[in-house]
Design a binder for this molecule. Structure first.
Ligand code: IVH
Length: 664
């Protein structure tokens, strides 16, 4: 580097910082160091000495400030500037073709360019820069709000603290994936071993674990890096027109971006790229679990918009789950959420799909019989990402003579109690009746002592009974009784979810509550009627029907009502407005006024101007400027045929409209 000005310390520090940043970028971002480590260290030492000598020169964006300071006392959570979405998955060519067809339906041009990127397996991060300086790094959290982990992000050398741009955007929000490269991960684990410390199961856990620490020293000590894959917001700067340009721009700002991305001209090229990366997967320096395809033109992305959790313009084409062979040591029974018994294989531990697998679900007794899985068998197990491992098949050739066929146990006394406990735990859980303070252990005691047999017994609990439980004082007992009493007033969907019908999760419960406005109506519901509700298939319809056909269940519901359970009025009797839309253009089959009226009767308010508070735009022919404005604001469009489908639904409520808008 140039000679340092002898008398101007401030200038010296500035020059040193610039130089160090440049080499830092060469090394960590571009993987192309141009000076030796020793030369780098000597420059670094110079700056350290200078800053020690003149503390007023220390700047929080100096390369010397990347080592973590004092640990934080607590995390703070912050809202994302724009939601951090996830990606819809496809697993085969047919599903990818379906995605491509959906894209073609919205974007009416013959050639749609896609941008192909490796799907990195780490943890998502949002980086916010104001006037070219890193001000915040936030984890994904629930997509709307995440944890502020700026202290940890600052230790990652591949994350620029300042952007390399003469006129940086005033605001820039970048999205990327923090991860650890495979070779670095091996080295990390060797170090752990050498220091007699626990080794990490996989690179992803080691990366994610470090980023979620209060003490930045942990992150600083792990070889974390980042690849950036998107710009969520850019202000006072030229906006990139394509995904490809975005990455180019990010690179020019000093961010690390993947070198394995490509512009793809058609569906065929996408499939070829997928195959190519699948073939290269083992030899890549980093772990990937699939390929991401994004519609390249940003204006097209805006046209496509997003459903609840994922953009409609991108998709993750996942690699097939990894498989491995292992031994079945035991077959046990497990009690599930709704009290269902599930046979589980206890396996000889085997490393597959990035984790050690010791248990695999066998789903149900029929499955065990059909696959003929026996204790002592060698089986193929499969695991993909966070998915529960499962047994694919038995290798019959390897079956030993002494393999033991699985017999369903005749008597299940303990399991029956476990089952009741699980049912009650589910009934009082947050998304069901939400009885605060009634933890799993307390419920278990209540059921074991037979104070609670059916759900309704909860509402008749006496304080004396509670005081007989282990470790429960008078004050806590009062609190619990109060929580029980206040849970008596509940909503229809919470009740339906809470009673634990097989296959009925929170969403399905909400849809049932929407479509049937009383318990009596559900009780009289037919399988065909249940099937008409979006997303409810034959199996779940049958399951709902079966539940309401059992006398003991009906009795339990009666008991609940006599114990004082009150179901709040649903939307049908007390209409609230949950959605606002604007109607524009002309329509073939209905007058605009008729459409407005129909929308109003199902609780959708219609407005005249398109603003951010509008949920969707109903778009007829010749829509005009309202459409442009909706595009600009990224507002969901509903075209004629879609509108007809919405209005034709038999029973419409808040949740079904929501599901409809989210494209479910
Ligand atoms: S784009 C709006 N691109 O995959 C689109 N995500 O399953 C949001 N991921 O949360 C993500 N590589 O953590 C995108 N090249 C890539 C990615 C990628 C890995 C992760 C990311 C995201 C998750 C979704």
């Amino acid at each position: 580097m140039k000679n340092l000005p002898v008398n101007d310390k401030k200038k010296q520090a500035q020059l040193l910082r610039k130089e160090l940043e440049k080499h830092n970028r060469q090394y960590y971002v571009l993987d192309n160091p141009v000076i030796s480590d020793d030369e780098f260290d000597s420059l670094y030492q110079k700056l350290i000495l200078l800053e020690l000598d003149t503390p007023s020169l220390v700047d929080k964006y100096s390369p010397t400030q990347r080592v973590g300071g004092e640990p934080l006392a607590a995390f703070t959570s912050v809202d994302h500037l724009s939601p951090m979405l996830s990606l819809a998955n496809v697993f085969n060519g047919k599903q990818f073709a379906d995605f491509h067809n959906r894209v073609k339906q919205t974007i009416n041009i013959s050639n749609i360019d896609y941008f192909g990127e490796p799907k990195l397996d780490g943890l998502a991060i949002s980086l916010v820069y104001e006037d070219g300086k890193l001000v915040r790094a936030v984890t994904r959290g629930n997509g709307k709000r995440g944890e502020d982990v700026t202290h940890n992000a600052r230790t990652i050398k591949a994350i620029p603290l300042t952007l390399t741009a003469l006129a940086p955007p005033t605001l820039l929000e970048v999205r990327g994936e923090i991860y650890i490269e495979k070779a670095q991960f091996e080295r990390l684990n060797q170090r752990q071993k050498a220091g007699n410390k626990k080794t990490f199961v996989n690179a992803r856990n080691a990366a994610a674990g470090a980023v979620r620490q209060l003490d930045a020293k942990v992150a600083a000590s792990r070889p974390l890096t980042i690849c950036c894959y998107g710009i969520a917001r850019i202000e006072n700067h030229v906006s990139p027109a394509t995904q490809q340009d975005s990455l180019q721009l990010l690179k020019s700002f000093g961010f690390r971006v993947s070198e394995d991305t490509v512009l793809l001209k058609n569906e065929k090229e996408c499939i070829l790229y997928f195959k190519e990366l699948a073939g290269k997967r083992q030899s890549l320096a980093y772990d990937i679990d699939g390929v991401v395809f994004k519609v390249n033109r940003i204006s097209d992305q805006q046209l496509m918009g997003a459903v609840a959790k994922a953009p409609r313009w991108a998709v993750a084409f996942k690699f097939a789950a990894e498989e491995a062979m292992t031994l079945v040591r035991e077959i046990d029974l497990q009690v599930g959420r709704t009290g269902v018994l599930t046979p589980v294989a206890r396996l000889q531990p085997v490393f597959v799909g990035g984790a050690t697998v010791t248990n695999a679900t066998l789903h149900n007794f029929e499955e065990v019989a059909r696959k003929d899985i026996r204790v002592g068998d060698t089986v193929v197990v499969r695991r993909a990402g966070d998915v529960i491992p499962e047994v694919v098949k038995v290798l019959f050739d390897l079956r030993p003579a002494e393999a033991i066929r699985y017999e369903i146990p005749n008597e299940l006394p303990d399991i029956a109690i476990e089952q009741s406990i699980k049912k009650v735990i589910h009934f009082v859980s947050k998304k069901a009746l939400d009885i605060d303070g009634l933890g799993d252990k307390l419920v278990a005691q209540l059921v074991r002592k037979k104070y609670v047999v059916g759900f309704s017994d909860l509402f008749n609990l006496k304080k004396e009974c509670l005081l007989l439980l282990e470790r429960l004082g008078s004050k806590s007992a009062d609190k619990i009784l109060l929580a029980i009493a206040s849970s008596k007033q509940t909503t229809f969907s919470r009740l339906i979810y809470g009673i634990g019908i097989l296959g009925v999760g929170e969403e399905t419960a909400a849809r049932l509550a929407d479509s049937f406005d009383s318990l009596e109506k559900i009780q009289r519901g037919t399988i065909e009627e249940f099937e008409k509700i979006p997303d409810i298939g034959t199996v779940v319809s049958q399951s709902i029907f079966d539940w309401f056909s059992k006398a003991e269940n009906i009795e339990e519901l009666d008991n609940l009502l006599s114990a004082g359970l009150v179901i709040e009025n649903s939307h049908n009797s007390e209409k609230t407005i949950d959605f606002v839309c604007v109607v524009t253009g002309s329509f073939d089959s209905m007058k605009r006024s008729e459409i407005v009226q129909s929308l109003n009767t199902i609780g959708i308010r219609t407005a005249n101007t398109v603003s951010r508070s509008v949920d969707f735009l109903v778009c007829g022919d010749s829509p005009g400027s309202k459409l442009e404005r909706a595009h600009a604001l990224g507002i969901r469009l509903v075209y004629q045929d879609e509108l007809m489908r919405l209005l034709e639904q038999k029973a419409i409520g808040k949740n079904s409209i929501k599901a409809f808008l989210e494209g479910k």
